[in-house]
Write a protein that binds this ligand. Structure first.
Ligand code: 4AD
Ligand code: MG
Length: 477
């Protein structure tokens, strides 16, 4: 038997018997024998002949305190050389803790060091590191309290999203990551190519010959799964997508990523009102899930980054949303007497300063703004009878601003073709999309929720780059 086989056998044993720290805190009995596995956060040596070793296994915020007595055979050689970051398994018995701060501790009968961490080299020592510096350590930052808590909230939100749609009979559809269309028509796409950038094949006029590229034409990373989602909604009724989307917009803000995840439901036989109702129900459901399932993390974020977070999320779980048209909103902003950087005027897009003023100062609650000018919205949105607005909606939250963008889709073939031409989009490139109108065109509507903005809001983290494991942004990959 070689060493490798032995190793995998023994680690399997640990895995089978190991108890998560979260499970211990959920219920334990004095004297209960357990094995835990995790990473050392701190070690303190007592003169009374033992060491306190705090370990964290990622299952919850709290560390488990281990009492390692000097009688352990590896005490002098290994325990006294344990430093933050080391991986260990501890076997022992649970007992009521005599010290303050925790109710239970683990009296170690055996501590096995799986991997040491050099205290001079390990960047996450005892002292607190700011979020900017941690962004340079994406592979290690999940070991901190803040990023572990973000990961758990993110997980809860993702599962709750799937649960919400499943409970309502929506089918989960996997739309492609690589696509040839530009859904939002904004030209902010990352190109995908296997051509040699130094020496691409060229046409006689000198332009690149994409017929020789991998897909036989230009291809991109998707900015939205909507167009493909519409096709499935126009067959299956109610669907949703949940996947990564990519935008090559040069926005260096705390709300923008170049790679982010979007949840996009699409409903056949639905109009803008149905869409708005679904969006509000969905948001309340997500807030409820975080409040019910992640209160420990919320209380932590409340102390660390966002005072009042728990109360805010609890209120939002039952909130009614303000509803106003874009035109009403513009009038409100114009009359506000506020000194905005972008003076409000009918026809411009709502800026984040406007969104925040509305949700935080005017409405005091989240808002659904509808019926935007056609000129500032995508070609696929349904024209209203007034001839100048479309059946669009944005849902705004305090602090993060736009969390959801959606619309009723243009189901009338001639109107849609007209809108495409007006937007400089070639209808010939969207034959399949137009087919949905040609064959059994039905009213339908949907929206997209920016998943990271939701995680950002629910954790109170200031920068969106800190709520996705590996953020992608201009000059950051
Ligand atoms: O408003 P957007 O662009 O809408 C769409 O993409 C539609 N196709 C959705 C649909 O109707 N199916 O984007 C939707 C949401 C925004 O409200 C915002 O929350 C988020 O996606 N978002 C971003 N999040 C992080 N970084 C970016 N660069 C984002 N751009 C949009
Ligand atoms: Mg939008």
């Amino acid at each position: 038997m070689n060493g490798l086989t032995k190793l995998s056998r023994s680690s399997k044993l640990v895995r089978m018997r190991r108890k998560r720290i979260k499970e211990i805190f959920a219920g334990w009995i004095a004297g209960e024998r357990v094995t835990v596995a995790g990473w050392v956060r701190t070690r303190r040596d007592s003169k009374a002949g033992f060491s306190f070793v705090e370990i964290n296994d990622g299952s919850c915020l709290a560390n488990l305190q281990v009492i390692a007595p000097q009688e352990l055979p590896n005490y002098a050689v290994e325990i006294l050389n344990l430093h933050p970051g080391a991986a260990v398994t501890v076997e022992g018995a649970l007992d009521r803790s005599e010290g303050g701060g925790q109710e239970v501790e683990l009296k170690a009968a055996a501590v096995k060091v799986l991997g040491h961490a050099d205290p001079l080299a390990y960047p996450l020592g005892k002292q607190r590191i700011n979020f900017e510096r941690l962004r340079e350590l994406p592979h290690l930052r999940a070991r901190t309290n803040s990023f572990g808590a973000v990961a758990r909230v993110r997980h809860t939100l993702a599962l709750a999203a799937h649960r919400f749609f499943d409970e309502r009979g929506f089918l989960y559809v996997h739309t492609p990551v690589i696509t040839a269309n530009d859904c939002e028509g904004a030209g902010e796409m990352f190109q995908v190519t296997t051509l040699d950038m130094k020496n691409p094949p060229r046409l006689p006029d000198g332009s690149v010959d994409y017929a020789q590229d991998f897909f036989g034409k230009r291809a991109y990373l998707t900015v939205s799964g909507q167009l493909e989602g519409e096709a499935y909604a126009c067959a299956l009724g109610d669907i949703y997508t949940f996947g990564p989307t990519f935008r090559a917009e040069n926005s260096n803000t705390r709300r923008h990523l170049a790679e982010f995840w979007m949840i996009e439901p699409e409903m056949a036989f639905a109009d803008l009102d149905d869409d708005a109702e679904l969006a509000c129900d969905f948001l309340r459901y997500l807030f409820r899930a975080v409040v019910d399932e992640r209160m420990q993390e919320i209380v932590f974020f409340e102390k660390r980054v966002n005072p009042g977070l728990a109360g805010k999320l609890s209120r939002l779980a039952v909130a009614t949303f303000e509803r106003a048209t874009y035109t009403e909103t513009m009038t409100l902003l114009e009359k506000s007497g506020q000194n905005f950087e972008f003076p409000p005027r009918w026809g411009i897009d709502l800026q984040s300063e406007h969104e925040r003023y509305l949700t935080e100062k005017v409405f005091g609650r989240p808002a659904v703004i509808t019926d935007y000018p056609a000129g500032i919205k995508a070609f696929y949105m349904r024209r209203n009878d007034d001839g100048r607005t479309v059946a669009a909606m944005d849902v705004l939250l305090a602090d993060v601003g736009e969390i959801i963008g959606g619309s009723q889709r243009e189901e009338r073939l001639d109107v849609l073709e007209g809108a495409m031409l007006a937007a400089g989009v070639d209808p010939g490139a969207y034959r399949n999309y137009l087919d949905l109108r040609r064959f059994g065109g039905a009213p339908h509507a949907g929206f997209g929720l920016g998943f990271e903005r939701m995680v950002q809001f629910c954790t109170g983290m200031n920068n969106i780059r800190d709520v996705i494991p590996y953020p992608r942004a201009p000059r950051l990959c």
